[in-house]
Design a protein around this ligand. Structure first.
Ligand SMILES: C[S@@+](CC[C@H](N)C(=O)[O-])C[C@H]1O[C@@H](n2cnc3c(N)ncnc32)[C@H](O)[C@@H]1O
Length: 314
């Protein structure tokens, strides 16, 4: 057993019973995995009364763990230091754009650039590494970037102010996805909804993804990155990256919250009336060289995953 399982479980239980914290409600959809069913079972023990399927901004359901918020708030001031604790995220950014481009170019019914004025929603944007870079692309019409950690969001806003060109394109909101109003019609949704390195910090990932889904417009893409739950990923992300090399701040990762690529695929295949064309890309961090695509590595460690909202055929 990886030694982090026990503290992680304790942390989760503490969260679920904190009287002052928002009480999570019973989850209705779950991934078939061990980690997903564990959080689902825990959540149902402390269920509150609002409907988990409600997309109302006033719902008491929360996807946010206070422990995660305080962890990331503590990292806020160094977010934009390319050699600081978020270095790994900075290095990953070019591959995110490559992956999105490859997803979009894999389908034939997308208008070629520059006619595509893309709308992005970046969920769990952190200090804005991806959001800023997306807003600078000539093919981007707008980026809405949200994060529940207030200090991280302040850093994102302050950093964006340095570039006047971002003012008209980039909007930051300090909110979790469950409080963001759902687009009034599907066509008002976003072309790209990105969720990079976030889902492994979310207590109820299936419910979280259910909340994100209505924001993707028909024909648009939901794109995420996360980590497979394997012995190798425990060794690389917990033992080596956090404990030995300290390239990631200690306590960043909870191995139990990792999600295997097959589990991710199964979750979306169960909703195949809504989603199509799942794509995956395994990536490996090579010290000194950065992140590299390594086919097959999605089975054991970090990976990008994307799925397309079924286009309107009417
Ligand atoms: C590892 S950082 C990734 C930031 C950014 N996506 C990137 O890759 O550059 C994880 C971010 O997820 C945010 N987060 C944690 N729980 C979240 C939740 N339930 N919903 C949305 N964001 C969350 C944290 O505040 C933090 O900014």
């Amino acid at each position: 057993m990886p030694p982090r399982i026990k503290p992680a479980l304790l942390r989760q239980l503490r969260y679920l019973h904190l009287p002052s914290s928002p009480s999570p409600v019973r989850c209705t959809s779950s991934f078939p995995s061990r980690s997903f069913s564990a959080t689902t079972a825990s959540a149902s023990a402390s269920a509150s009364h609002s409907s988990p399927n409600s997309t109302s901004p006033n719902s008491t359901f929360t996807t946010v763990s206070p422990d995660e918020v305080s962890h990331f708030n503590a990292l806020a001031s160094s977010w934009w230091d390319p050699q600081g604790p978020s270095r790994i995220l900075h290095l990953m950014n070019p591959l995110r754009h490559d992956f999105i481009r490859s997803c979009r170019s894999s389908v034939l019914d997308v208008p070629p650039p520059p006619s595509n004025n893309l709308k992005y929603l970046d969920i769990g944007c952190g200090g804005g590494i991806f959001a800023e870079s997306a807003a600078r692309l000539p093919t981007t019409a707008s980026v809405t970037a949200i994060d529940p950690s207030p200090e991280v969001l302040s850093v994102a806003k302050a950093h964006a102010k340095r570039d006047p060109a971002l003012r008209s394109k980039l909007t930051y909101l300090n909110t979790p996805i469950e409080n963001l109003p759902v687009p009034s019609t599907p066509q008002d949704g976003y072309d790209i909804v990105s969720i990079f390195e976030v889902i492994e910090h979310v207590p109820y990932p299936a419910d979280f993804l259910d909340r994100c889904a209505p924001f993707v417009k028909p024909g648009g893409w939901l794109v995420l990155s996360t980590i497979a739950r394997t012995w190798l990923s425990w060794v690389t992300t917990n033992l080596v990256a956090e404990d030995l090399l300290r390239i990631v701040p200690k306590g960043t990762h909870d191995w139990r919250k990792y999600i295997n690529e097959e589990e991710m695929k199964t979750y979306f295949l169960q909703k195949r009336a809504q989603w199509t064309e799942p794509r995956c890309m395994g990536v490996v961090y090579v010290p000194g060289l950065g992140w590299k695509e390594v086919p097959g590595s999605e089975k054991v460690g970090n990976y990008f995953f994307a799925v397309r909202k079924v286009p309107d055929t009417a």
